[in-house]
Design a protein around this ligand. Structure first.
Ligand code: TYM
Length: 320
């Protein structure tokens, strides 16, 4: 199965990115034909600092490799290294209804806040559709917040196919039960734009501090609590084994414990969970030639596929 997904290099990746999306890339890579990329063109809608964008893009590659993406199993590349995708974006733009794009949440939210949006943000979902369609992707592993964009992609592919004949494969989103919407330190969805993220890498002491500051309700310690309603429990569940989760849930139901205890447990399980990736990341930092080589190789493979699909689309609509 052709599996594809992307992540924006807009800052350090967080637990939400990992448990919603990246963990799926790794789980799916062995038995599928995976294409994973760093969406630097999308990041241009928010990052206005060239050096920062370059650094974030390289960092994102290091992060993905450190977390276990294996170039022997999957193709890893940078979005802008495949110019065919930008060309395909234009073709899709011609079948993208304004109303459909107006309903997309990234644009809608910005507009609702009274902020001015540029055409890049408005047409963001069209570029994303081109990302997906350029590789005949069948499955797109993502967090819940991207599902709407994949629906838009299906709509655009369907319209193009309807106008010009069968050209594109219609993809399906794939989300996980516990992980599609990881809560942040304030209980809302974890997101760089809410400033409530817990990073995958970085200074352990600092991350521990951030964990200790996770908001909790102020009910007395003795009160029994419903674990499913608590975002701290939801975070614990991401890292722990089944028996540990059950034991923690039981503690919640019985009451008589402090949230500090759970926070400490979250800090411990998360540190253990990412320890190996941390070491691997340090090794990769010392071996940047390998990383650059991997990205070049990935772009070459990705371009081959995208060029075929672009040619098919151009032929269908009369450009060739
Ligand atoms: P981005 O960079 O915002 O996020 C990368 C992935 O992380 C998921 N995610 C979450 N999952 C669970 N809980 C959360 N709190 C959470 N926060 C983020 C996202 O759903 C995503 O899967 N537009 C995309 C990048 C992109 C793309 C694509 C993805 C560009 N082209 C084509 C798939 C296919 C984005 O901004 O992801």
């Amino acid at each position: 199965m052709r599996v594809l997904s992307g992540i924006q290099p807009t800052g350090r990746p967080h637990w939400g990115n990992f448990f919603g999306a990246i963990r799926q890339y790794i789980d799916l890579q062995e038995d599928n034909d995976g294409f994973y990329f760093i969406a630097d063109l999308h990041a241009l809608t928010t990052v206005r600092d060239a050096d920062a964008l370059r650094q974030n893009t390289l960092d994102a590659a290091l992060d993905l490799l450190a977390l276990g993406l294996d170039p022997r199993n999957a193709t890893l590349f940078i979005q802008s290294h495949v110019p065919e995708v930008s060309e395909l974006t234009w073709l899709l733009m011609t079948v993208a209804p304004m109303g459909l794009l107006e309903r997309c949440h990234a644009y809608k939210e910005k507009k609702a806040k009274g902020m001015t949006a540029d055409a890049g943000l408005f047409t963001y979902p069209v570029l994303m559709a081109a990302d997906i369609l350029a590789y005949d992707s069948e499955v797109v592993p993502v967090g819940q917040d991207q599902v709407q964009h994949i629906e838009v992609c299906r709509d655009l592919a369907g319209s193009f196919n309807h106008e010009f004949g069968e050209t594109f494969v219609l993809p399906n989103a794939k989300t996980l039960d516990h992980g599609a919407k990881v809560p942040g330190t304030d209980g809302q969805k974890m997101s760089k734009s809410y400033d409530n993220t817990l990073p995958l890498f970085g200074n352990i002491k600092q991350i521990r501090k951030q964990i200790m500051r996770i908001t909790t309700d102020s009910r007395p310690m003795e009160d029994p609590k419903e674990p499913e309603e608590d975002h701290l429990f939801q975070l614990f569940r991401l890292f722990a084994a089944d028996d540990e989760i059950e034991a923690m849930a039981e503690k919640y139901r019985q009451g008589g414990f402090g949230y500090g205890e759970v926070k400490k447990a979250v800090a411990e399980v998360s540190e253990t969970y990412f320890a190996e990736a941390r070491t691997r990341r340090e090794d990769l930092e010392a071996n940047l030639d390998y990383v650059h080589h991997t990205l070049r190789d990935g772009a070459k493979r990705a371009r081959e596929v995208a060029a075929t699909v672009l040619h098919r689309a151009q032929t269908a609509c009369g450009l060739r």
